[in-house]
Design a protein around this ligand. Structure first.
Ligand SMILES: [Zn+2]
Length: 65
């Protein structure tokens, strides 16, 4: 799976970084409909970590695949 146009992690809220809100439109996600985009490496300030973006079904159609 390839996900295009993932926003820069520094621009996201904590809730978006944790997968509570859609990474693109910030809508609150329900577990049944959220699309897991998979772990992403973060390269912020020389520290490597992972974040776990998720998105809503509407954004999935526009950005996913
Ligand atoms: Zn969305």
């Amino acid at each position: 799976m390839t996900v295009r146009d993932l926003p820069p992690v520094d621009d996201l809220t904590g809730q978006q970084q944790r997968g509570v809100h859609c990474v693109w439109c910030s809508v609150a996600l329900a577990n049944g409909t959220a699309r897991d985009l998979g772990p992403r490496p973060v390269d912020a300030h020389g520290t490597s970590a992972l974040w776990f973006p998720r998105c809503c079904p509407i954004c999935w159609k526009g950005h996913g695949q």
